[in-house]
Design a binder for this molecule. Sequence first.
Ligand SMILES: *Cc1c(COP(=O)(O)O)cnc(C)c1O
Length: 235
Amino acid sequence: MSPVQAIAANLAQIRERVARAAARSGRRADEITIVAVSKTFPADAIRIAFDAGLRHFGENRVQEFESKQTALAGLSGAAWHLIGHLQSNKARRAVHLFDRIDSVDSISLARKLDASAKEEQRTIRILIEVHLGGEETKSGVAPSGLWELATEIMLCPHLLLNGLMTIPPYYDEPSAARPFFAELRELRNDLARKLGVSLPILSMGMSHDFETAIEEGATEIRIGTALFGSRPTKE
Ligand SMILES: *Cc1c(COP(=O)(O)O)cnc(C)c1O
């Protein structure tokens, strides 16, 4: 099978599984956006996915995405998401390259993004990444810090908070992640009510657990390997 056929076949399967998970939970499949996670894959793979109809793409690293820029010229209507941890010193390049930053997890980063967006004379849409599950990682704000971060973001005129994102701990049995997805939904509902704004986006669920995430209210699922195949090398 050519890469074009393989990606088209994978996408058809993913759409089918999205539709079934949505139906099981009384939701419409068109409420759920597939974000194609193209990290480690070349720009060609992104073009193929674009031609197959996808418009949302997630990249983990500023530098890697920068290196794909020339090859991606002309994909109009695509939305580029930064989904990996962002260091404050790369905030400016990130604002320049991406349509949305899905991994905002600190006040200092939020302030840098706000200042960079101001320089570019735009507002930038963001998600707060919440760290659930308590294991050691470098990204995500703990639920206990969510309110302070969110209220700070609300004071940043060039940031537009769209919702929350999480990466739950990995379990072989995908349904084991269900409580974390449910927790993110509750945190979102609570935060939206307290802030008096709508936070429509819940970005949760990856190749291995997206059906469970959809059952718990995901509006965006981030799919890498199920679409593009296994990643070439370690990250
Ligand atoms: C790599 C990655 C994904 C996609 O993972 P798959 O298991 O390949 O679907 C989703 N979200 C984030 C933040 C990632 O880094």
